[in-house]
Design a binder for this molecule. Structure first.
Ligand code: NAD
Length: 440
């Protein structure tokens, strides 16, 4: 059993209480690590060390901070094999995916923000010859970074890197479900000789460590990625304290296929949108709208290709690995049941897969397609966050815009069409932060 530890004041330390909880690998379904059950005393220790470090780190030149961050990026690359294996074991994703996306992007996050900080410019407003006012951006202090389990190291570093580049110090709280790569990052910080207290990593439960960070009066900035209801809870704590707050939340993203789309590409992209990372990406295309004139042809091809997807051992060349946890797999099954009760028909998948040998208790699920649901039923309104897609038909642009905009979410959308005017028209009508055209 691997004992994960906190990283505070440049040291790898046990939680002050000595308490741990167990964490399982979804690949095997067996417990394989102990995670610090940190509490207020660990957060207090991290805050005092981050505050002390801020006095030094915020006064370094941009070039000096850049040097440290580039060293961190190099060390992540040097340890990529270990990180890829840990990420896959902790999260269940195929190793090839961690190798091609999560781990390289984690080092790139440090490079991106380190280099950006060297070229930063600010705004000046000339006031009719009377005065000039200008914006001076300065480090604020200690930043709390709280991250989810679906892209564990990638999303954690996406928060840590900009905070450090801007001269702040950080207390990071990785997801308790996937803590292993953050633990390895602690060791990497030591190798990169990052000054003590600049980055502190405190493991533990969200309702405990996460909330203590959100409430802490000496943490004036909170950067959170995770579920919408958790984001709402954090906002209700941090907003009355006038903290700076960044919230990256859930999605129920429409994927819209018009009759004039490049058919083959639209099918392939829709598969990627629905099932990448076992459908556990906030940007996943989980509502698939297909124009009625090509609906049957599209559905047939989409189902056929989905049935060819391989689910299995994340160490092998499979398309889908394991679902992150037993609880999450059960949540997904509950939604499949709900879909049936709402009149949906499972036209592909819908069942658990039991693998052989050591993996027989792992959490593997068939990629699932549901047909026949109304666009405004619960299954089509709530985020499932698994390899489950609902396919529906539409007849006109205005109808599909109305269906796409019907949820409380508004993260991303894909539109497939060869008509450039339609692409612009529909994009403008869609209420979401990102609209991709002919891609995902
Ligand atoms: P989650 O909200 O359950 O947990 C996210 C983090 O918040 C974890 O570290 C958790 O311990 C912590 N947390 C939980 N309760 C807390 C509380 N009361 N106070 C403070 N912190 C608390 O989310 P999850 O299940 O880990 O991740 C899946 C969700 O994340 C999905 O909804 C997905 O769409 C979303 N997500 C969004 C983006 C984006 O960029 N928009 C990216 C990835 C994932």
């Amino acid at each position: 059993m691997i004992k994960i530890k906190n990283f505070i004041n440049g040291k790898i330390v046990s939680p002050i209480s000595g308490n741990y909880f167990e964490n399982s690998s979804p690949v095997t379904g067996h417990n394989y690590s102990k995670v610090p059950d940190s509490d207020k005393s660990d957060v207090e220790y991290a805050v005092s060390s981050a505050k002390k470090a801020f006095l030094l780190w915020s006064k370094l030149s941009k070039k000096e901070r850049y040097n440290y961050m580039m060293r961190l990026a190099d060390e992540i690359e040097n340890h990529s094999k270990e990180l890829i294996e840990a990420e896959s074991k902790d999260n269940g994703k195929p190793e090839w995916l961690a190798k091609s996306v999560d781990i390289p992007r984690s080092s790139e996050n440090f490079r991106f923000f380190a280099t950006a900080s060297l070229h930063f410019s600010s705004e000046i407003h000339e006031m009719d010859g009377q005065a000039i006012n200008y914006t001076l951006r300065q480090p604020i202090g200690v930043v709390g970074c709280i991250s989810p389990w679906n892209l564990p190291l990638y999303l954690l570093t996406w928060k840590i890197a900009p905070a450090l580049a801007a001269g702040n110090t950080v207390i990071a709280k990785p997801s308790e479900i996937t803590p292993m790569t953050a633990f390895l990052l602690s060791k990497i910080c030591k190798k990169a000789r990052l000054p003590k207290g600049v980055l502190n990593i405190v493991h533990g439960y969200g309702h405990k460590v996460g909330e203590i960070i959100s409430y802490h009066q000496d943490i004036p900035v909170i950067s959170f990625t995770g579920g919408t209801s958790t984001g709402s809870k954090i906002a209700s704590i941090a907003s009355p304290m006038f903290k700076k707050l960044s919230l990256e939340l859930g999605g129920k993203n429409p994927n819209i296929i018009f009759e004039d789309a490049d058919f083959k590409s639209a099918v392939n992209m829709s598969i990627k949108a629905a099932f990448s990372n076992q459908g556990q990406i906030c940007l996943c295309g989980s509502r698939l709208f297909v124009q009625d004139s090509i609906y049957n042809k599209f559905k047939e091809s989409f189902v056929k290709k989905t049935k060819l997807l391989k689910v299995g051992d994340p160490k092998k060349k499979v398309d889908l690995g394991a679902i992150v946890s037993k609880e999450h797999m059960e949540k997904i099954f509950n939604y499949i049941q709900l879909a049936k009760s709402e009149g949906g028909k499972i036209i592909c998948g819908g069942k658990r897969i039991i693998l052989n040998g050591k993996l027989k208790s792992g959490y593997y699920l068939e990629p699932t397609i549901i047909e026949g649901l109304n666009y405004n039923c619960k299954t089509n309104q709530e985020e499932i966050f698994g390899p489950v897609v609902s396919i529906m038909s539409f007849s006109s642009e205005s109808e599909v815009i109305n269906m796409a905009n019907s949820t409380d979410y508004g993260l991303s959308t894909s539109i497939f069409t060869q008509n450039v005017s339609r692409a612009h028209r529909v994009s403008a009508g869609i209420e979401s932060g990102i609209v991709w055209v002919n891609t995902y």
